[in-house]
Design a binder for this molecule. Sequence first.
Ligand SMILES: NC(=O)c1ccc[n+]([C@@H]2O[C@H](COP(=O)([O-])OP(=O)(O)OC[C@H]3O[C@@H](n4cnc5c(N)ncnc54)[C@H](OP(=O)(O)O)[C@@H]3O)[C@@H](O)[C@H]2O)c1
Length: 248
Amino acid sequence: MKLQNKVAFITGGTSGIGMETAKLFQAEGAKVIVTGTNPGRLEAAGKALGDNALVLSVDLRKPAEIERAVEEVRARYGRIDVVFANAGAGTAAPLESVTPEQIDEQFSLNVSGLFFTIQKTVPLIPKGGSIVVTTSFLNAVGTPGLSILSATKAAIRSLVRSLGAELAPRGIRVNAVSPGPIATAFHTKLGLTDAQLTETATAIQAQVPLQRFGEAVEIARTALFLASDDSSFTTGAEIVVDGGLTQF
Ligand SMILES: NC(=O)c1ccc[n+]([C@@H]2O[C@H](COP(=O)([O-])OP(=O)(O)OC[C@H]3O[C@@H](n4cnc5c(N)ncnc54)[C@H](OP(=O)(O)O)[C@@H]3O)[C@@H](O)[C@H]2O)c1
């Protein structure tokens, strides 16, 4: 058991990568808290994770909601050993049609939401704690139509270094897992038509050296490594799990 009796706070834990990670962390002995916004997915997550999990509705665009959730965790557990700052979303749009609202929406969730998740949870994280951030292969390549989403992921790659440096003297590590294309609902929320989605999926599979989409559990296993003492001398780093997409 790599996370025996650890308390793990997982944003975006009601779906995809976050949900698989919550299940794996539980199997490794952790008490998990998962957050999301969609009522149906929150309910499904509660059923999937059972009574031991705390499922909280938290819109990460609102720092007051993060604060309220952290207070609830403090009252119940008194500490947080692992933060998996994983929630994220994007909108596909070419340069000419990107709106100020789209920029605000993506930065307020993917960057500010993540920043305030770390800021508000850190007082509860003891020495030896671990913060894991979900970045993306998009921070290493240019992809037409995904400029803003990619920029948010580059920004949080930078935050992992800066906050890692700030928190290192307190014995708290900060690292990232950078997924390649992973088979989750994420792609269906980009605002693409079904035809565009099918076309993109075919193109991606042709580009990935391992010739497939990754599975959410393959990211969860890396998050587990970074969350646990197995990575005790690793901080400020990003582990790329992308089937070779950005490497060759
Ligand atoms: N799938 C990929 O190919 C891929 C590739 C690279 C990086 N990533 C990154 O991996 C992370 C997880 O994505 P996923 O693939 O697992 O997608 P997903 O299945 O769509 O999960 C996204 C999660 O984020 C939550 N979320 C969305 N908006 C939120 C908000 N305003 N406040 C709080 N939570 C919110 C969702 O909860 P609700 O639905 O309940 O709001 C959901 O739990 C994201 O950061 C994404 O950028 C994914």
